[in-house]
Design a protein around this ligand. Structure first.
Ligand SMILES: C[S@@+](CC[C@H](N)C(=O)[O-])C[C@H]1O[C@@H](n2cnc3c(N)ncnc32)[C@H](O)[C@@H]1O
Length: 269
């Protein structure tokens, strides 16, 4: 059986996740010596790109509930010669003591957490009094017509909106009230857009179906046979939409995200 976390790292991270990390880090501004936590780290691209910024003397920890994603994170981090701790855990019950971190980062992870208020309460608990949180969350499916079509197809085939979860925290007002409710202050939210570029139109749908199992707890039960049948049916239904997004042999999909910075305390005026 293929490992969706490996496909995620190979196909999705370069197209959808790595391109956003620099913007998130520019907002969060990690500095040498800081203790940094990557929440819902997946295969660890944020932690891995942030680690050189807190050296020397810093500490980087990635936490995620999926052990397969953490396994890939461990291998990639070691290959890059980085000293990062990888911990299995849920954002709603973080396996850390109070005030262990200066900075928490969460890139496209909070939207998957059923109890987001609890997750942000936990982020606040593990941050120091002057700590900060930077997060990225895709805007809604109404801003992403291609993914909306793909989601409709998966709904038709599987009976669940398997691509809805990534886009479920799309409203800036929802993000702000969640952060305020968890006790964060000085909240800034900006909307940014960037294209996702996938290099192989022929395998695009198969790859997507594969990684859905890694990113979405609701679909992690699919076996190889179920995934192959689903892929064939989805490829037929997505052919026109995929052709519309294909330019010069690449699938190019505009992506829209909110980038958010929040602090534990308001800065002095
Ligand atoms: C789309 S991936 C993003 C991963 C990573 N931040 C990145 O930028 O590549 C979402 C991740 O959230 C994790 N996740 C979902 N619910 C979670 C929870 N309740 N606690 C911890 N991690 C969770 C999944 O296992 C998955 O690795």
């Amino acid at each position: 059986m293929s490992n969706p976390a490996v496909t995620y790292e190979r196909e999705m991270v370069p197209a959808l996740f790595r391109p956003w990390v620099a913007s998130l880090l520019d907002l969060a501004r990690p500095v040498p010596g800081e203790h940094l936590l990557d929440l819902a780290c997946g295969t660890g691209i944020v932690a891995r790109m942030a680690a050189p910024r807190v050296a020397p003397g810093g500490r980087v920890v990635g936490v995620d509930l999926n052990p397969d994603m953490l396994g890939v994170a461990q291998v990639e981090g070691a290959l890059e010669g980085l000293d990062i701790e990888w911990k299995q855990g849920r954002l709603e019950v973080l396996p850390f003591a109070e005030a262990e971190f200066d900075l928490a980062l969460c890139q496209h992870g909070l939207q998957f957490v059923p109890d987001r208020a609890a997750a942000l309460g936990e982020a606040r608990r593990v941050l120091r009094d002057d700590g900060r949180l930077a997060l990225a969350a895709w805007r809604g499916l109404d801003h992403h017509p291609f993914w909306s079509r793909f989601n409709d197809v998966l709904m038709e085939l599987m009976g669940i909106p398997a691509l809805a979860a990534p886009f479920e925290l799309g409203e800036a007002s929802d993000i702000e009230s969640l952060l305020r409710g968890a006790g964060f202050r000085d909240i800034s939210i900006q909307a940014r857009s960037m294209p996702a570029v996938f290099h192989d139109p022929a395998s695009f749908v198969a790859m997507e179906v594969d990684v859905i199992a890694a990113a979405n707890p609701a679909t992690q039960h699919l076996d190889d046979r179920a995934r192959a049948e689903l892929t064939r049916a989805a490829e037929a239904r997505m052919a026109d939409a995929l052709r519309d997004q294909t330019r010069d042999g690449q699938v190019v999909v505009p992506m829209h995200s909110h980038l958010v910075l929040a602090r534990m305390q308001a800065l002095p005026a």
